[in-house]
Design a protein around this ligand. Sequence first.
Ligand code: ADP
Ligand code: MG
Length: 282
Amino acid sequence: GRTFPRPPETKILTVANQKGGVGKTTTTVNLAAALAIGGLRVLVIDNDPQGNASTAMGIDHRAGTPSTYDVLIEDTPLSEVVQPCPDVDGLFCAPATIDLSGAEIELVSMVARENRLRNAIATYLEAQAPEQRFDYVFIDCPPSLGLLTVNAFVAAREVLIPIQSEYYALEGLSQLLRNIELIRGHLNPTLHVSTILLTMFDKRTNLSRQVADEVREHFPAQTLEVSIPRSVRISEAPSYGQTVLTYDPGSTGALAYRAAAQEMAERAAEGVTAAVSQSQPQ
Ligand code: ADP
Ligand code: MG
């Protein structure tokens, strides 16, 4: 049954941070799974050639599997690419294969190269029957601002930034925000940072608390109250092709992602993000 409220319309979020290893993929798959377990319909688009999100969701992504590459480069409809997640009802994935590593270069010479993912998602969502409507679409990105990430920024309305609670966390963030501003100015005026999630948080260390305080000071409306603790179960789950939500549902990591998902769903239902988008920090 459904325990989380549905958003008024499909929410499309790009999960971005130009640093690698900060928990983008982990956050994407676990929030997506938690929302689906809460009864919502959720699609993850794996837009990173590494294919880590596909792996973590137990989705076949061997070379030759219909994938985001085909969507971006070959105009293959998303409907021919999306696979259901074997472990979680209501959770779906458009996998990434290693082919996607070539897309960055192949896109350069293509028509409407920045809009290809947006157009594919729009066509896909428009064709869905109302009762099949997706509540959330998450796009997992590589840690760079190439054309793959630009496509994700153009396709989304919202940016979700996972921030690792460590010393260099805020370094590079201003660069990311500048890039989002550039996209807003030139390619997608509706794009805004709606959600910030602190990951790998260790409440016992001063440093984690300092980083958290600083992030909350800069982004009071966007930062979720819930933060995600460091947890071995979270890092083990992908090697079993699972999210932590099914790998160890009672673990602190699973409970934290479930609580973060609930907070997101409740905010969305209350329209909190609408207010946030009007008070963008510079
Ligand atoms: P990104 O997608 O930003 O590169 P990942 O989500 O792949 O980052 O995470 C980087 C590494 O950190 C992975 O090995 C992942 O399992 C681990 N990790 C992420 N979040 C946590 C956490 N809360 N606790 C422990 N390990 C984590
Ligand atoms: Mg990743």
